[in-house]
Write a protein that binds this ligand. Structure first.
Ligand code: ADP
Length: 247
């Protein structure tokens, strides 16, 4: 689904490569957790998956990323939006319309989805994220968790094959975070959507993923089972720490 081949990247004013010689592959339907301390490069790697790096950020990019066979060097984010849906940290900042329904339709309009299909997919996205009751609401009256679900519904309506979420719960309270992440897991299980979730709070997301990608801050990425990931991080979730102590 996604192939990352010998990727190196440095921001325009960066002193060092944030990503150095990363090679990885994401299989269709896989749920991968991107973990590591703040500043390790999780967001940067996520930005490589939809072409924001290098098209929006510039800088020095080497190697290549293929998404559904498309080379991101030749395809800017607009030309990848039908295969990769991207959701960011700030729930409100990424919404562009004032009403929920209009927001969900906006992503499809940008990609020229025909009207009939648009109506059908709007209903489907509202249903999948449990937003039907909020369809007529102004987005600025919603909670952070509800806004984040609207953002997910908006990219989902485009029918991408991969959903990339960059710390989507960092501004949410624990209950809203669990609600959003449970919805993401359901989309992965029910629709077979591939998911890349960047999250430094492993207690929130560790149990959802099939595999972990750990970034330690040296530009490299290590692929490991979630169980091992939880055992290697300095501050594991309490339950994982307890399980490790009792063997
Ligand atoms: P994480 O998501 O793991 O917190 P980031 O990918 O945001 O890490 O950042 C990795 C490194 O790249 C950090 O040193 C950060 O300061 C730097 N960085 C992030 N965004 C930019 C940018 N737009 N311009 C220059 N440097 C950046």
């Amino acid at each position: 689904m996604i192939r990352i081949e010998s990727v190196r990247y440095r921001y325009p004013d960066g002193e060092r490569h944030v990503l150095s010689d990363i090679t990885e592959a994401l299989r269709p339907g896989e749920f991968v957790l991107l973990a590591g301390p703040s500043g390790a490069g999780k967001s940067t790697l996520a930005r490589c998956l939809n072409g924001l790096v290098p098209h929006f950020y510039g800088g020095e990019f080497g190697g290549r990323v293929l998404v559904a066979g498309r080379d991101t060097r030749a395809h800017p984010p607009r030309a990848l939006a039908d295969v990769v849906g991207m959701v960011f940290q700030d729930p409100e900042g990424q919404l562009t319309s004032s009403v929920v329904e209009d927001e969900i339709v906006s992503g499809m309009e940008n990609l020229g989805v025909p009207r009939d299909a648009m109506r059908r997919r709007l209903e489907e996205a509202l249903d999948l994220l449990g937003l039907a009751a909020l369809r007529g609401r102004r987005v600025d009256t919603l909670s952070g968790g509800e806004q984040q679900k609207v953002a997910i519904a908006t990219v989902l309506a485009v029918h991408p094959s991969v959903l990339v979420l960059d710390e989507p719960t960092s501004q949410l309270d624990p209950l809203a975070a669990e609600d959003v992440l449970t919805a993401v897991r359901r989309l992965n299980e029910d629709l077979g959507l591939s998911v890349v979730l960047s999250e430094h709070r492993l207690d929130r997301a560790g149990h959802l993923a099939d595999r972990g990608l750990l970034m330690k801050g040296d530009g490299a990425v290590a692929s490991l089972p979630v169980r091992r990931l939880l055992a290697t991080v300095p501050y594991p979730p309490p339950l994982a720490a307890l399980a490790a102590r009792v063997g």
